[in-house]
Design a protein around this ligand. Structure first.
Ligand code: NAP
Length: 311
């Protein structure tokens, strides 16, 4: 496993993080037992992954809590989130949210506490109402660092995070970035590097890069929207070159390594409920970069894409 420093937090993190949400929720959404879900988290920890992302809305915080029992807390970086979707957030709801997360996680501090899936129009009100609460919780030692995550499916062009980068509150940001939509490079990562914001990547693989039929639909959608040029592609197997000459063993392998090696990213979140997939993904993070020519071609082919998440 490779490690890096999560921006200005100074925290040492594995470049692979385990995401306990997404379509699989470490197996909760795919019919796996509690023991199997705990097993996924422990398998990742055993391989040297030290960054675990969860959220109150995923209903996997208790799984993480059980998986880390008996381990040294200071060797695990826990990231969790307060939902922002339903009722308007208040300072009291955030304080109660932190306490409830701490209980479910079985710990007395959270390393990174995020506002979860913030829509562009929610940003200013949330900053005003609960920004000071997050700082207070940080001063109390209940959370070490303050984070924010975008709602990538609704905001694939990163409007909210571009606004958030104008404020100094956020130590860490979680952004959607992948082979298909690289718009975060110019819109988020350049400024985030200048401000030393820790960057967590989500949507590296998601559905479009793990299911061939979904990739075809997304490619067709991008052709229709005029964001890619069909004459530049082998439409039958649009990303086949990554396996043929790019050094990748599979599309998820290429997708995770592409994100890992993007300047300005620190942790790439991997979501799975399948122990075999997890083992394959751990191996991906130990592989060298994709070939420079394959990376250049991916950048060229998808240079104008900003409107799809890869879902
Ligand atoms: N707004 C937010 O804050 C937000 C939104 C989305 C996600 N997140 C965070 O980001 C994390 C990562 O997102 P994600 O869970 O969607 O992760 P992802 O790694 O981009 O994609 C996960 C999907 O890919 C499949 N997959 C993974 N490895 C595979 C492999 N080797 N071969 C074939 N299929 C594979 C998984 O299915 P299997 O289970 O079958 O492997 C799952 O359907 C989440 O878990 C969550 O922690 C945050």
């Amino acid at each position: 496993m490779q490690y890096t420093t999560l921006g200005r937090t100074g925290v040492r993190v594995s470049t692979m993080g385990l995401g306990c949400g997404g379509p699989s929720r470490v197996g909760r959404s795919t019919g796996k037992s509690e023991a199997e879900q705990i097993g996924i988290v422990q398998q990742a920890l055993h391989a040297g992954v030290n960054f675990i992302d969860t959220a109150e809305s995923y209903q996997t915080e208790a799984i993480v809590g059980k998986a880390i029992q008996g381990r040294r807390r200071d060797q695990i970086v826990i990231s969790t989130k307060k939902s922002t979707g339903k009722e308007p957030l208040t300072p009291q709801l955030v304080q109660e949210g932190v306490e409830a997360s701490l209980t479910r996680l079985g710990t007395d501090y959270i390393d990174v506490y995020h506002l979860h899936g913030v829509r562009p129009e929610q940003y200013e009100p949330l900053l005003t109402t609960v920004g000071p609460t997050l700082q207070k919780l940080q001063q109390q030692g209940k959370i070490r660092f303050i984070g924010i995550t975008e709602l990538t499916n609704n905001d694939p062009g990163h409007t909210m995070l571009q606004r958030a980068l104008q404020d100094d509150l956020w130590d860490v940001m979680m952004v959607g970035f992948n082979l298909l939509n690289q718009s975060a490079r110019a819109r988020v990562l350049v400024e985030a590097q200048a401000k030393e914001v820790g960057i967590l990547v989500m949507f590296a693989v998601r559905l479009a890069l793990s299911r061939a039929e979904r990739l075809q639909e997304v490619i067709q959608d991008l052709v229709t929207k005029g964001e890619i040029d069909p004459t530049e592609f082998e439409l039958v197997d649009p990303l086949g070159f990554l396996l043929q000459t790019g050094g990748a063993v599979s599309l998820p392998d290429a997708a995770y390594r592409f994100c890992r090696d993007e300047p300005g990213t620190h942790v790439v979140l991997v979501g799975t409920g399948n122990p075999d997939h997890l083992q394959e993904n751990i191996a991906s993070f130990d592989r060298p970069p994709l070939t420079a020519s394959a990376v250049a071609r991916v950048k060229q082919l998808f240079r104008n894409v900003y409107s799809v998440s890869g879902q």
